[in-house]
Structures are given as C-alpha cells and as structure tokens.
Design a protein around this ligand. Structure first.
Ligand code: P6P
Length: 338
C-alpha cells in the first residue's frame, strides 16, 4: 500500500477478529461478540484510569462524589464493568476474576460457550503514583454450557483459545493472540477504536534486560540467585544486562515482549509458589510469549502445561526471550538432577 492508502485502510480490532474468525468456518461469530464486549470494558477502564488523578484532584475520590455516591475504588469499578459487559454479551458461561473470591456462573438464560479468566486492573496499587497498569485476560471454551463446572476453568493454559492484555500507559494498547501470532492495537481516542499498530509481534530471541524485584534476593533459591548473578557479572565476558522493573506486570511484560529480555517472579522461601496468579496472570502472559516466539517456565515445567487445582492459585514464572528463559531453565534442570 502507499502510506496514504494504509492510513485510510483502518484495521480495527473488530475487523481483525472478524478476519481471524473467517479462518474458522465453523465459527458462528460468538467469539467476535465476546471480544467486542471485552474491548468495551477496556475502553471504559482506559477512560476511568485517565480521569482517576483528576477525580482525586476535584475531591471525587474517597468518601462520596458530587452525586453523593460512594466513590468506588477503580479496581472494584473495573471488575463490575467487565463482569456486566461479559455477562450481557450472552457468550460467556463462567467468569473468574482476581477481584472475586468465587467464580461467577452466568445465568443459564444468558449462557454462551466461553469461560473468561481475568484481572480487571492488575497493579492497581500503582494508580496513585501514575505508573502504568493493565487488564489481563484468558479465554477457554466450556465443555458443555449446561454442565458448566469449575473443571472448565481449572484447565492448563495450553487449552486457552485466546489471551491478551490492555496496557493503560502513555497510550492505551491492547495486545491479543487468538492462537496464530500476537497483534497490538492502539486506542485512537478520537475514534474510540483500537487500531492495529503492531502487526505480528515477535519477541527478540535474546535480550539485554532482566526484570525482577531484587528486594526479594535474600529469599531466592539457588538457580534464580545464580541466574541473576550472571546477569550482573557475566562469566563469558559479555556486558551485564540492564535491570528494568516497573512493579506492574502488564508494563514489565509489554516491555519484555517488544524489547526482549526476561521477566522473573520466582518462588522464594516466604512464598513457595511465588506471587503471580496462574489463571489470569501467568497463563495469558505465557500464551502471548509462546505465540511471539518466546517461552515461559515455572521452574519445574512449561508454564502452559501446569494444571491448576484452585482458581486463585499462584506459580513462580520466568518468561520472555527464548534464549534467556532457556538459560535459567538449564539451571533449574541441573538443580533437579543434583
Ligand atoms: P512486587 C502488582 O501488585 C502485581 O500483582 C503485578 O502486577 C506485579 O508484577 C507484581 O505484583 C509486583 O510484585 O512483590 O515486586 O511488588
């Protein structure tokens, strides 16, 4: 295309998902409807997050706002918006949210074939200081919507049909994979549309950045300690890696995806399963990394092969550039054999 033609050939996320759907002749458009409701939720959260600071400024936050309503915390508000948007889509059956202790089983009259696991506003403790935050989601197909049970969401990540995140940062970016590669869409606020800006994202095979909370170093196990040591004092004479750690998973993973490198949230002797949640943090980000040519490892196995037994279960996670994860994997494998 000429640049001009490209500019007028708007590839919105809806059009992109429709194109993807046309590759599945049996598809009935349900996934497209599901995605458009998920996207609506992201647009709402993007707008609410951008106003949050202002809301605080004009005193809307805290006890009551000008309508005298109780000002909800952003993560509670975001969760309500996603639950309502997904339920009313008529395409979902079970919802698992970081904000809700129990899974939501959609009323049978409104049930569809998809199960959505999500963190509506991950990293929300960072809002007040203006650090980027995000929504993370994964999508499973229910076996039988009339016999829906927790079993349908206690599935390994390798059963996910799609996964993605929305980053609320300097721009609002939705990164999505439906199983054939990873694509990035940027919200154009003047159109209210997510436009394809990063087609077919591939993570560099090896990176120069490691991303971990060094404050936990005294609690790390041997393989993680050795790996991080080698990032800082390379034995092969190569230059040390840079440390970049935002403390907001979506921001750290997005940078890793685009620039390469490795993101680590290891187990430590205080939290043997690490901190990040399997269903709606570890699986979606691992799915995206593999689709982009990277990999994701728990310290024991390929992350997507892990079979969860509880919906809020945690797991250690090492994800990012293929070669970087391969290095730490070798250290864990060696320890397992010792
Ligand atoms: P720590 C944010 O609270 C979060 O859930 C993730 O977004 C982030 O990667 C992680 O926790 C940061 O945890 O222990 O390094 O502050």
């Amino acid at each position: 295309h000429s640049a001009d033609a490209q500019r007028t050939d708007l590839m919105t996320i809806t059009r992109h998902v429709l194109n993807e759907q046309s590759k599945h002749p049996e598809a009935r458009g349900d996934f497209t409807i599901l995605m458009s409701n998920l996207v609506l939720g992201c647009k709402f959260v993007c707008s609410a997050v951008n106003k949050a600071g202002l809301a605080k400024l004009i005193g809307l936050a805290g006890d009551t706002n000008v309508q005298g309503e109780e000002q909800k915390k952003l993560d509670v508000l975001s969760n309500e918006v996603f639950v309502k948007a997904l339920t009313s889509s008529g395409r979902t059956c079970i919802l698992v949210s970081e904000e809700d202790e129990e899974a939501t089983f959609v009323d049978p009259s409104l049930r569809g074939r998809y199960c959505v696991v999500f963190d509506p506003l991950d990293g929300s403790s960072n809002i007040d200081c203006g650090v980027s935050i995000g929504t993370i989601f994964g999508i499973y197909m229910v076996r039988d919507k009339n016999e829906a049970s927790l079993y349908d969401v206690l599935q390994p990540g390798n059963q996910m049909l799609a996964a993605g995140y929305c980053l609320y940062g300097s721009s609002c970016m939705l990164v999505l994979s439906t199983g054939s590669g990873v694509n990035g869409f940027t919200l154009d606020p003047s159109l209210g549309e997510f436009i394809l800006t990063h087609p077919d994202i591939k993570i560099p095979k090896k990176g120069k950045i490691y991303s971990v909370n060094e404050g936990n170093a005294q609690n790390w196990d041997e393989p993680t300690s050795k790996y991080v040591e080698n990032c800082k004092y390379p034995k092969d004479g190569s230059s040390p890696k840079s440390l970049r750690y935002v403390g907001s998973m979506v921001a750290d993973v997005h940078r890793t995806l685009l620039y390469g490198g490795i993101f680590l949230y290891p187990a430590d002797n205080k939290s043997p399963d690490g901190k990040l949640r399997v269903l709606y943090e570890v699986f979606p980000m691992s799915f995206l990394m593999e689709q982009a040519g990277g990999q994701a490892f728990t310290g024991k196995q390929r992350a997507l092969d892990l079979v969860p037994t509880k919906i809020h279960q945690r797991s250690p996670i090492f994800l990012g550039s293929y070669d970087d994860v391969e290095e730490i994997k070798a250290l864990y494998v060696k320890e397992a054999k010792a």
